[in-house]
Design a protein around this ligand. Structure first.
Ligand code: MG
Length: 331
């Protein structure tokens, strides 16, 4: 038997986290899982209804019915990883040197050259630009900044564009900018032929569109990079697929609660150690996208690095102990 309980929270975005989302507070829930062998583990469930996830209410209804969503399944896996470390009173984070994260630019509006110099000086080498707030402004920004060689650039369209919009956006970028683009994430809704065609602008990465892709070990996938969000997808299965096709991988958090973001970061560390040659810089530093909260305040960072992760398991022992946990009563 396991005992489940949850604590609801809200994250308050400082900027619109992507062209899909608004500044409204984002609800989620911390999950506490207690096994009858005395182990306890914690995880985060942070749905993105904008991307098709059942919302928080529906996730809770699933929990009560003993039904499993993709997010709940992964949260249970995270909780197990956490519990195993807590049992041994050790940290979930391996002792390897910290990984450099990319810098997330939810919106380029108002980002000055001074701000970029500051980002560069603090050690970031890669910026990830969420495309789609204002295409004209984004092209201007990229043509100004993208060709300077200061940063490698990851573009994320979140599949919001259609082929015409995508093609005209990419064609408006200077050649030099294209040479600094590490990859283009979810350029348009998944379509094998169109994605192959999109490769002429740069390497293509698949993120949320993976749900529309038929996993297949026979046909060459029309992309070069797989984004792994461990909060949403099975890690071993994704790694196996990527290795089979010689794809590179990037671990990112799900723009979720610090508990979720650090869980993702611990997976990034594990994979970087196991498969150093195919892992890209992760993107797990998403806590700054939201108004400061006591959990985010516990994460010690230095530029692109998470330098100190707190205490046992995924950390945050004291804060988790202070939460009001609502038991999940099965119906
Ligand atoms: Mg993405």
């Amino acid at each position: 038997m396991i005992k489940l309980s949850y604590a609801l929270y809200e994250l308050k975005p400082l900027v619109t986290p992507s062209a899909l989302a608004y500044l409204d507070p984002r609800p989620g829930a911390l999950l506490k899982v207690e096994w009858n062998n005395g182990r306890t583990g914690y995880a985060d469930v942070h749905p993105w209804p904008e991307l098709g996830d059942p919302n928080m209410e529906e996730q809770l209804a699933f929990l009560r019915k003993g039904k499993i969503s993709a997010l709940i399944e992964q949260a249970m896996w995270f909780a197990q990883r956490d519990a195993a470390c807590r049992k041994l009173k050790k940290s979930l984070f391996n002792g390897s040197s910290p990984l450099r994260n990319n810098y997330i630019m939810g919106n380029v509006s108002g980002v000055t050259m001074e701000k970029l110099d500051e980002i560069k000086a603090s050690g970031f080498q890669t910026i990830k630009v969420k495309v789609g707030h204002d295409l004209e402004e984004e092209v201007k920004f990229l043509n100004k900044v993208g060709g300077t060689g200061k940063f490698m650039i990851r573009l994320d369209f979140n599949a919001l564009a259609n082929w015409q919009v995508f093609e005209s956006f990419m064609s408006a970028l200077d050649k030099k900018v294209l040479s600094y683009i590490e990859y283009i994430e979810d350029p348009i809704p998944f379509d094998r032929e169109a994605w192959k065609e999109a490769k002429r602008f740069g390497k293509i990465a698949i993120d949320h569109q993976i749900t529309r892709f038929k996993w297949d070990m026979v046909h060459d996938p029309p992309f070069d990079v797989v984004i792994i969000k461990p909060a949403r997808q099975d890690v071993d299965k994704t790694v196996k697929f990527a290795m089979h096709w010689g794809l590179r991988m990037t671990v990112t958090s799900s723009m979720d609660h610090p508990v979720g973001a650090l869980h993702a970061y611990s997976v990034a560390q594990d994979l970087a150690e196991k498969h150093p040659n195919i892992m890209n810089e992760p993107g797990c530093m998403t806590q700054d996208l939201y108004r400061m909260n006591p959990y985010a305040a516990m994460i010690e960072t230095q530029g692109p690095y998470i330098v100190k992760c707190p205490t046992t398991g995924v950390g945050f022992d004291q804060l988790l102990a202070q939460e009001t946990w609502n038991p999940v009563t099965f119906r």
